[in-house]
Design a protein around this ligand. Structure first.
Ligand SMILES: [Mg+2]
Length: 244
């Protein structure tokens, strides 16, 4: 069963692992043309109430989906772009001592990749799985530094994310839900990873529902088998038109 979408819905979509297949590195993902077309049609059908919710920066999201642009939660909630294009930072940049530590760890473990998004850092080890245990140990050893610097660490699929305490994707979705055209709509959020559970948690309070991709996640009422299945569903929705 696929999640219900009608004219009063607001769609919030994670990108990597939800809309797009995971790739060797974040730069290697592919955005199929069909997906771009579906998103543009649904964006219009929902009067703009369609937003990306990603760990990527707003700049990286726009590069990926150009020329399509919509509201977005970037850097796990640290950056918000409203439907009218206004951009707001909800957090201060990651402090330099944490940035330096992540840089050192990346240098020490060949094959790891550091994505510096100013408000968040992502240390990818998909190409260096053997580094995982040492990286996780380093996170534990530096717990006091993270606490001092008001940084929280979250573990995802072959990635370690650093972001400011109090910032998460749920904060970002809640912010957009207070604004037009999202306000008073029923949110539907889709995600595939641990950082997405921060949105699943708050969906009941927003009167919304969620779907997960590739695995069951707590708080998600629906589940798709793969990003490909999500893209097919979006394509069908765009073709059939959103019902009133
Ligand atoms: Mg994801």
């Amino acid at each position: 069963m696929t999640p219900p979408v009608n004219r009063n819905s607001a769609l919030f979509l994670d990108i990597d692992g939800t809309l797009l297949d995971m790739a060797r590195t974040p730069d290697d993902v592919v955005v199929p043309d069909g997906l771009l077309a579906s998103l543009a049609r649904l964006h219009d059908a929902l009067d703009g109430a369609l937003a990306f919710v990603s760990g990527r920066s707003l700049g990286a999201i726009d590069t990926l989906f150009a020329p399509f642009r919509t509201a977005a939660v970037g850097c796990h909630g640290a950056e918000i772009r409203s439907a009218d294009g206004r951009v707001e930072a909800l957090a201060a940049p990651i402090p330099d001592p944490v940035r330096a530590l992540f840089g050192t760890l990346t240098d020490r473990h060949p094959g790891t990749l550091l994505e510096d998004k100013l408000y968040a850092l992502s240390l990818h080890y998909r190409l260096a799985p053997e580094a995982r245990s040492a990286l996780l140990a380093a996170m534990e050893e530096n717990a006091a530094l993270f606490a001092d610097q008001r940084v929280s660490i979250q573990l995802g699929k072959a990635v370690i994310d650093a972001k400011r305490v109090g910032i998460d994707k749920g904060v970002g979705v809640r912010t957009l839900m207070r604004q037009k055209p999202f306000r008073d709509r029923v949110p539907l959020f889709g995600g595939d990873d641990t950082t997405d559970t921060d949105v699943f948690h708050i969906l009941p309070e927003l009167g919304g529902e969620g779907f997960s991709v590739g695995r069951a996640l707590r708080g998600a009422a629906y589940e798709f088998s793969s990003p490909e299945a999500v893209r097919q569903w979006l394509n069908d929705l765009a073709e059939e038109g959103v019902t009133a």
